[in-house]
Design a protein around this ligand. Structure first.
Ligand SMILES: NC(=O)c1ccc[n+]([C@@H]2O[C@H](COP(=O)([O-])OP(=O)(O)OC[C@H]3O[C@@H](n4cnc5c(N)ncnc54)[C@H](OP(=O)(O)O)[C@@H]3O)[C@@H](O)[C@H]2O)c1
Length: 305
């Protein structure tokens, strides 16, 4: 299958491209941050007029995985117009071009469209209530995609893994600090369902294979607090878990609001795929194995210098 991946330098994009490069024809879109990758690269700023049409004309893919976004929640609060263009408008434009050309599209959205006040798990039928600019613009992006391209897939995700610069994911945050012997805070009252990025990649490929359409929650099987997640990272890497201080998000000085309970149900996903999603422990084990096998260094070797 020929797959065009936007955001190829990002946490999801780069891991996806590297994992699928041997078995599929992968074309990554980046803005010049990558070099020497084992997959084809097309350089583009997706906000340039006509960029989506040009990229699809040049690459002629069977499917598009749209990961590019303004994904840093605090940056979105500081630049709401940039967030709107990238997270809300661009997905609709890309989805329209994919619909016109009959190309399968998986659009990556976020668990953060919910306000996190529900007691229990969120299903795809629950009404979103975005708390900040990031969440609002991502929700607007979902709606834009499905209104112009009902055959597209919209996935609400949350994931971790190794990234190009080594600092993008929460798992890297805990690992980097604990490995340097530094104290970190972990919120005990922010719950999420982290999925290992390579499991996310496999799941997205299964979704393409099954030709699923519409809205899906694609997160890990287990909900944990950010504090617990840090503890799991410490234990897996045999680092000092006492360096993680358990704190409440109440009174923290974060720029963007955070939803406290992002426990999403993946019942629809596993039912429609016909198989289970790997457990948190399996993901953490692979995350550790990649470390032992120098995968973080390999990622960094693709940085354009
Ligand atoms: N990380 C998570 O746990 C998480 C949670 C929920 C949802 N998500 C969603 O998952 C998706 C991927 O997230 P991520 O963590 O992989 O993001 P990321 O690491 O921040 O990567 C974002 C990517 O988008 C690219 N991009 C931004 N503006 C662009 C533009 N104008 N033209 C071309 N490319 C542009 C960036 O390129 P540059 O490198 O050139 O800036 C980068 O490759 C996003 O849609 C995000 O909202 C992520």
């Amino acid at each position: 299958m020929r797959i065009l991946v936007t955001g190829a330098s990002g946490l999801l994009g780069l891991n996806f491209c590297l994992q699928m490069a041997d078995s599929h024809s992968i074309v990554g879109v980046d803005r010049g941050k990558l070099n020497g990758t084992p997959f084809e690269l097309l350089k583009a700023d997706l906000l340039d007029p006509g960029a989506c049409s040009r990229l699809l004309e040049e690459s002629r893919p069977d499917a598009v995985i749209h990961t590019a976004a303004m994904a840093d929640v605090d940056s979105c609060e500081l630049d709401p117009e940039g967030a709107r263009l990238l997270n809300a408008e661009l997905p609709g434009e890309l989805a329209a071009v994919c619909a016109k050309r009959g190309i399968q599209l998986i659009h990556i959205s976020t668990d953060a469209v919910f306000d996190g006040s529900k007691d229990g798990t969120y299903t795809e039928d629950d009404k979103p209530n975005p708390l900040g600019v990031y969440a609002q613009t991502k929700l607007d992006g979902e709606l834009a995609v499905l209104s112009v391209n009902p055959e597209a897939v919209v996935t609400r995700v949350n994931f971790y893994g190794w990234s190009l610069h080594g600092t993008r994911s929460l798992a890297e945050f805990f690992f980097n600090n604990l490995n340097a012997g530094k104290k970190v805070n972990g919120f005990t009252d922010v719950i999420f369902c982290p999925m290992f990025v390579n499991h996310l990649t496999e799941t997205l490929m299964s979704m393409l294979g099954k030709e699923l359409i519409g809205l899906y929650h694609v997160v890990g099987t287990q909900s944990v607090s950010k504090y617990q997640f840090g503890i799991e990272i410490a234990r897996r890497f045999k680092l000092n878990e006492n360096l993680i201080e358990s704190i409440s998000i109440e009174g923290s000085d974060l720029t963007a609001p955070r939803s406290p309970n992002l426990n999403l149900s993946i019942h629809k996903l596993s039912t429609d795929l016909g198989h289970d999603i790997p457990e948190l422990s399996a993901g953490l084990k692979e995350f550790y194995t990649q470390y032992v096998q120098s995968y973080p260094q390999k990622m960094r070797s693709y940085q354009h210098i």
